[in-house]
Design a binder for this molecule. Sequence first.
Ligand code: SIN
Length: 334
Amino acid sequence: MPAGSAALPRLRILATGGTIAGAQVDGTRGYKAAAFSTDALLAAVPQVSALAHLEVEAVAAIGSQDMDDATWLRLAARAQAALDDPTLAGLVITHGTDTMEETAFFLNLVLRSDKPVVLVGAMRPATAISADGPMNLYNAVAVAACPEMRRRGVLVVANDEIHFAREVAKTNTTQVGTFRATHRGLAGLVNSGRFHLYAPPTRRHTAQSVFSVAGLTALPRVDIVYAHAGMDRALIDAAVRAGARGLVLAGVGDGNLGAAALHAAADAARQGLAVVRSSRTGGGVVERNIEIDDDALGFIAADELNPQKARVLLQLGLTQTADRAALQEFFFAY
Ligand code: SIN
């Protein structure tokens, strides 16, 4: 520990796996996610010991394509337990980038704390030429250790950018600049641990959220159906048969569907499913009652949320109510 380290904040790292802990097989192409321990990752960035006292807890060792409701519930419980420790200043969560935006938004809605919670991953495995994980991890620790980051909700740090959980989306399959803030902009920039902070988030999160998963062992099933030209009703009917309580439509354009699929979605709503219209476009707001009569058909508009985030909010909303108007209000508030 460096001189004066007794004054450093105490942080916990919850490890879940991902490419940041990945190892290549042949040195250039394929790799195995979650191959390295977090201690091995930290050994590549000894500079973090000047930022914080770090302790590590493994919650999972998976590629984030395997992230599921059970792991979310376990992660939320471990994160909340850490945040409830008054001597802990913040949390860093290592995570694969594929579903990081969903996990970040989930935690943003269910954790009760003002402390910084930072998800971090990497696009290149730890053994790659110019791996991005070490700098991302250094920046994530710097962000989590910073008292100014309190009350900003759950954050994602990658590629020298700080993103709000609600705004961040993975937009590229392989490039290190994959994360974009699709609507309301970045939380800030972080250059080798130095910050440039932008405006705080505007929607409700963490300490002001009404959602809690304490004591839950499962979340309601919500399926996403992706719309396309020539779509029929088969996949929407399949979601109903599979027992979904909610359905998110990744609609074309402004959350639209062709006639056959629209009839199926209206039938699903009549049978009691909460049906949310989102958009597959990757940007923009889906408003109520523009081309589709949401009032008449009993649909909910996703507002700014992309389909995968709309699914998270609908799952949590359904833990509280099945009332369409109340669910719609959640989409305007969070
Ligand atoms: C994953 O999400 O676990 C794989 C991809 C990545 O971490 O970049």
